[in-house]
Each structure stands twice: as C-alpha cells, then as structure tokens.
Ligand binder design. Structure first.
Ligand SMILES: Nc1ncnc2c1ncn2[C@@H]1O[C@H](COP(=O)(O)OP(=O)(O)OP(=O)(O)O)[C@@H](O)[C@H]1O
Ligand SMILES: [Mg+2]
Length: 688
C-alpha cells in the first residue's frame, strides 16, 4: 500500500509540473467571431512571418556597446538562454546585427522580405547553428502570449456514396491566418475597423486562401447561396503552435541524391488514395499540401546547403521568395508567408560563382557573411561550453589548455599584419582588447580594414573540438589533459586535414603552433613565478622596505636601519633591482618614485593607507624581485633531477598548493608545469 501511495504522489508531482494555464492558452479554440475580438484587442496576432521573427529576436532584449568607436548592438536572443546556452553564438555581433537588420527591413516591407537570406561563410562558422536558433526561437515564441498566432479548420458534414453522413474536420492544410477567409474586396474596410490607423499598427495585406480552403469556401458559398455568415459557421479558429517535430510552421529542406528528389517535396503531391474518394485529381482535397514550403507556412524554412540544390528546385525557391507564391502540381499559385533562410559554405559558393544557378539566385538573395571568430576571448567560450568540469567528469583540463587551442585557431584566421612592425600574435592581442603602447583604436580599425577577408579562412572550431575530444579520450593524460597534448593532436591532424589547400598553408599552420607554444611558455613561466612569490608577508615586507627607501630618496633624507638603529643612505641597489623588473630606465626612475609618493600622499589625505595591490606595475615588480630572490633557495632547476632535499620539497609543495588554489591546477598538471618551467630555467642557465 505504501508503495502505491508513493507512486501516486510521484505522478501527482509530475502532473503538478504541468502548466495548466499555458496549456489552455495554447489550445484556445473559438469561432471566427471570437477571433475577430482577439484581433481587435491585439492586432499583432496577424503579423507576417518576418514581423514575427523580428519581434521574436527583440523580445529577448538587447544591449548596446562601443567597440573601436563603433556602436554595436548585441541581441540577447543569440545567447540561447532558454536552452541553457546550448546553441549560443559568440563573437559575431556584427554579422548578427546585419541579419537582424534584414529582418527589420523585411518586417517593415522594405523589400528584403522578397529575398532569400543566405548565410555564407567558411565551414563550421555556426551557420547551421544560427538557422537552428531561429527555428527554435520561432517555436518558443509561438507558445508565448506575445507570439500567439491562429489558424482555422472547417467543420463539414459529408455525404458518402451510400448515403451516410460523416462529420469531418478539415484543418487548413497550410495553417493559414483566419482573416484570409474574409473576401479580398471587403478586407480594407474590415481591417480598418478591427485595427484603426491611429492604433499605430496595420494588419498586413495578405494573399488568397490555399486551394483546398478556396475549394471548400466556394462549395459552401454555392450551397448557402452566397450567405457568408452561414459559410463561416463551419469555421473553427484555434491557436497555432509552431513545431518542427510536428512539421507545423517550421521546415527544413536538405538536398539529397538528385534522382530521389523532386519538386513535390517542396510543394506537395497528389494523394492517389484519395482520388478515388473525391473522384478527381484536381480536387484539392485529394492533394497533400505537405511539401516543405507548405508546412513551413507562417514560420521559417531552412535550406541546408542551398547551393547544392538541383536546378529543378531553383524556380520554386525563387518564386517562393520573390512572389511569396508556390506552385503545387495541377493547382494555381498559392500564397505563402514564411522566412526563407539558406546557408552555404565558402568552398561551395566559390565553386558556383560563375554558374547560371548563382546568377539567378544572386539577385534575389541577401548574403550575410558569417565568418570565424577573430577575438580570442570569444573563441574560448565555444570550447568552455563543451569542455567544462560539469560536462567532463573524471578528467581534469589543465589551465590554458582551451585558451591555447583557441589561440591557434584564431591565429590561423588572421592575415599577417602589413604595417607597424607588428607580429601576428600582437595583432591577436590587439583584437582581443589589449592595449599596446603607441597603438590607437584607429590603428586597430585600420588593421581590420586592410584584412577584409579575415575570418573567412583558417581552422574551424569543429576541427578544434574534434582534436580536444581526441586528447580527452586518449590514455596519455592519466586524468589530466594539458595544452601540449591538445596542441600535438592539432598538429598531427593537420596531415589529413581535407580543407588545407597547399603544403605552404600546412607549414604556416604548423609554425603558428610553435608561436602558441612559445606564448604558453611565457604564460606558465609567469604563473610559476607568481606562485613562488605569492607569499603575501614577504611581498608586503619588501614593499614596505622599498617605500621607506624611495620616501627617503625623494625627500633627500636618510633611512633608519631597523636592526642597527643607524641612519643610512637610501639603498639604491634595492630600489633599482625592483624597478628594473618592469623596465623603468635610470632616466625615468625619479619620476616613477615621485609618482608613487604622490599617490601615497593623496591617499593619506583621505585617511587611507597604501596597498601595493592597487598598483599593478609595482605589484608585478615586487613579485618578480621576490621570485629572483627565492628562485635559488627553491632550486627550481633541481626539480629536473629527481633528488630533492626535504626542505626544498616542502617549498615546492607550498608552491604547488598555491598553483592549485589560485590558478586551478590539479596535482598532476601543477607537477608537470613546475617540471616544465624548471627545465626552461635550467636551459636558460645553461645558455648563460
Ligand atoms: N561563433 C560561434 N559561436 C558559438 N559556436 C560556434 C561559433 N562558430 C562555430 N561554433 C561551433 O562550431 C560548430 C560548427 O557549427 P555549425 O555546424 O553551425 O557550422 P556551419 O557553419 O553550419 O558548418 P558547415 O559549413 O560545415 O555546415 C558548432 O559546434 C558550433 O557551436
Ligand atoms: Mg552547416
């Protein structure tokens, strides 16, 4: 009995999760009269697919920011928050802005609503992801009160040959807007009554009913001798929820083997079984309006690899975009209302550049370039999304691993800077928001300008994702994957990479791996140094000492020696050994010391005391100085030989703990990195 009750309560709990109100709203049904009331209250239920997709994007909010003096808009819709960021798009605010602007002008009827939107870019630049987001977004929006839309069905009694009467419900096969039932020449008057001009919104002009509904409409008109209200009594209006899975309002067309595909897949086909029932192949009720264009009516249709489409489909596609009409076999042209998004990758696009197919298409498309990311921090986010500690269990990813893979990816996409004596790595850092002396925002703009194809070539995130996965499943790591393992995977994959066009390019990509390794060396050297010298007490002591000395120096006084109590000249050697760490030349030392004293003085007036942490440069200088002092006492390079005395071992363990606590290392990778850095220093000493 007890189990029973538990079972019940579990079901009850599941049942309680259901949102009754939302369910009821999404299943609203009523008469055409009821619907007209809805329209009067909220005429926006009649929006076109383009108006809807634009409002959908906006409904997620936006923010503005300035990048390189340019005002940019970030549309939060593309963060995919509703689905936990699964399909989030990073670093493409500019192309996405262009896309949203196309929606905007199409929503206002400025012409882009008559175009195919073509997402174009290199392989793996998130074109499919963007298309998927739009489709998902439209589905979700149609479930909300703001995104509500409606369609209708016919309630009919049909007399069979044997005299029996069957009740049939015939939904509009293309999920059309119920207002289409109002004959065209009455519409203007009806619409302006439903939605007066001063309301600020205009019910969009629309086409004709689909052939099936037209047929029934005419049949009923004849039956009721032109009594519209009687005809309409057969109409049942209901809320429409778009769903790709149910093939409602969302369609996807994917080119397959030519022989197996014909235009019926786009515009529907005769239902041979029903011809017998209805007696004629031109009876629209014996036709399946279930082509991809039909079912996508009111929403979005995605054309996967649109340039691989057979020419036979081209005219359907062009008619659909230009005229908003499709031509089902044996039926007149039929109006549609849907957003057409196609995508194609760069190699395919280039191949077809001079092809007749393209000529016809080019004029009727708005091409939006979707390049690879060229900003490191954004590229890293792609990999952090897939490879984080939540998702990767049982394996640790060493700090900087994803960052180094992403850095290489971005480097392969950048063009060599032509001017300013800039290395490609420096360029990457500039793009990433780092400031370099003598470099203005205008220079960066100029850099971007001189490299206008930047981001359209190079290594795709997909390649990098694959190689990170390889490194994760390989047995080499024993529980921890480090940057070298990933960089090696990236390198060995280059041999078979199908998209690398020349040996020269392969060589360049390899060299860039070298650049990344060098950068990694610098980063970990710095990190280990900081971990060694992250001894707070020692740093503040050193800092106090330094400040006492520069104070005496700037005021031309003497310093009291704490041990002997004697007054001595300021310790020039100590001061310089710290300042040299951050490249303060002899000629600038007075300024530097005075600046610090002024700052301390200003703080004192406000009753505050100085903390070295607030001065980034001084902090770094102190750490480096401390590292230098302690390096020998820790005997880092001894690590390379495995014989270490107890005292050194204790110090090393302390450093390791700091690396684990402060920088996210684990037992394995902290040891690896210490060994690696020790070997660098051993090498360096050998060179000296
Ligand atoms: N800017 C980006 N933001 C987030 N993820 C991205 C971005 N660019 C690429 N990706 C990731 O790269 C992978 C490939 O993306 P997708 O399949 O959408 O590319 P595509 O452009 O359609 O490629 P193809 O040309 O091969 O069809 C996905 O995992 C995607 O999440
Ligand atoms: Mg794709």
């Amino acid at each position: 009995m007890r189990e029973m009750r538990e079972g019940e309560s579990l079901l009850a709990r599941i049942a309680a999760m259901q949102d009754h109100k939302a369910y009821q709203e999404q299943h609203w049904e009523g008469s055409l009269e009821d619907y007209l009331k809805i329209v009067r209250e909220n005429p926006k239920v009649t929006r076109t697919a383009f108006q809807r997709i634009y409002d959908m994007v906006l409904s997620h909010g936006k923010s503005e920011y300035i990048d390189n003096k340019k005002k940019l808009v970030r549309y939060h819709f593309f963060h995919d928050e509703k689905f936990g960021g699964k399909d989030a798009i990073y670093g493409l605010d500019v192309p996405l802005m262009k896309l949203v602007n196309v929606f905007k002008s199409a929503a206002q009827g400025y012409g882009t609503e008559r175009r195919v939107i073509l997402l174009h870019g290199p392989v793996g630049s998130s074109k499919s992801t963007i298309a998927r987001l739009l489709k998902k977004g439209m589905e979700e929006y149609s479930k909300t009160p703001e995104g509500a839309l409606y369609t209708f069905a016919w309630e009919l009694d049909r007399k069979r040959d044997d005299g029996t009467i069957v009740h049939e419900v015939m939904p509009c096969p293309m999920n059309e807007e119920p207002l289409l039932l109002i004959p065209a020449d009455w519409r203007q008057k009806v619409f302006s009554e439903l939605c007066p001009p001063e309301s600020g919104y205009r019910i969009p002009v629309m086409g004709e009913l689909c052939p099936a509904c037209r047929y029934v409409f005419k049949e009923k008109m004849a039956e009721y001798k032109g009594d519209f209200s009687k005809v309409i009594s057969h109409i049942h209006v209901r809320r429409l929820v778009l769903s790709e899975k149910d093939r409602v309002g969302i369609g996807t067309f994917q080119p397959k083997d030519e022989k197996n595909q014909d235009s019926t897949e786009l515009t529907g086909d005769i239902n041979y079984r029903k011809i017998a029932e209805y007696g004629s192949d031109s009876d629209p009720r014996a036709f399946n309006f279930d082509g991809e264009f039909n079912i996508a009516n009111r929403g979005v249709i995605e054309f996967v690899e649109v340039l691989k489409l057979d020419v036979a489909f081209l005219y359907d596609l062009l008619g659909a975009s230009q005229e908003h009409k499709i031509k089902p076999k044996k039926f007149p042209q039929t109006d549609i209302d849907e957003v057409i998004v196609g995508h194609t990758n760069e190699p395919e696009y280039k191949k077809l550049q001079n092809n007749e197919f393209m000529e016809a298409l080019r004029d009727r498309t708005v091409k939006i370039d979707i390049p690879y990311i060229t900003k490191l921090t954004e590229e890293v986010k792609i990999y952090e999304k897939d490879y984080n500690s939540e998702k990767i269990r049982g394996k640790h990813i060493a700090p900087h691993t994803l960052e180094m893979a992403a850095m290489w990816g971005v480097l392969t996409r950048l063009e060599e800077p032509k001017k300013h004596n800039l290395t490609i790595l420096q360029k990457l850092k500039l793009y990433n928001g780092k400031t370099l002396p003598n470099f203005t925002e205008d220079n960066i703009k100029e850099l971007r300008k001189e490299a206008n194809r930047e981001g359209m070539e190079g290594i795709s995130p997909r390649y990098i994702q694959d190689k990170i996965s390889n490194a994760l499943v390989s047995d080499k790591g024993e529980g921890c994957v480090n940057p070298f393992m990933v960089l090696n995977e990236l390198e060995s994959g280059l041999r078979q990479h199908s998209l690398i066009s020349s040996e020269e390019q392969r060589k360049r990509f390899r060299e860039l791996l070298g650049t990344v390794k060098q950068e990694y060396e610098d980063i970990v050297k710095n990190e280990v140094q900081r971990a060694i010298s992250a001894d707070e007490d020692a740093i503040s002591k050193l800092c106090g000492n330094y400040i006492d000395n520069i104070k005496a120096y700037t005021q031309k006084e003497k310093v009291r020696n704490k041990y002997t109590g004697q007054y001595e000249e300021p310790d020039e050697r100590l001061m310089r050994s710290i300042e040299e760490k951050i490249d303060i030349p002899e000629s600038r030392k007075d300024d530097f010391r005075r600046e610090i004293m002024n700052y301390i003085g200003a703080l004192a007036i406000e009753g505050k005391t100085f903390n070295y942490r607030t001065n980034e440069r001084l902090h770094k200088a102190l750490e480096l100085k401390l590292f230098e002092d302690q390096k020998d006492s820790i005997k880092l390079k001894n690590l390379v030989s495995s014989v270490v005395d107890k005292e050194t071992q204790e110090k090393i363990d302390l450093v390791k703990q700091r690396m684990i606590k402060n920088y996210g290392y684990c037992e394995i990778c902290s040891t690896d990195v210490l060994n690696f850095v020790a070997s660098i220093f051993a090498r360096g000493d050998a060179k000296e």
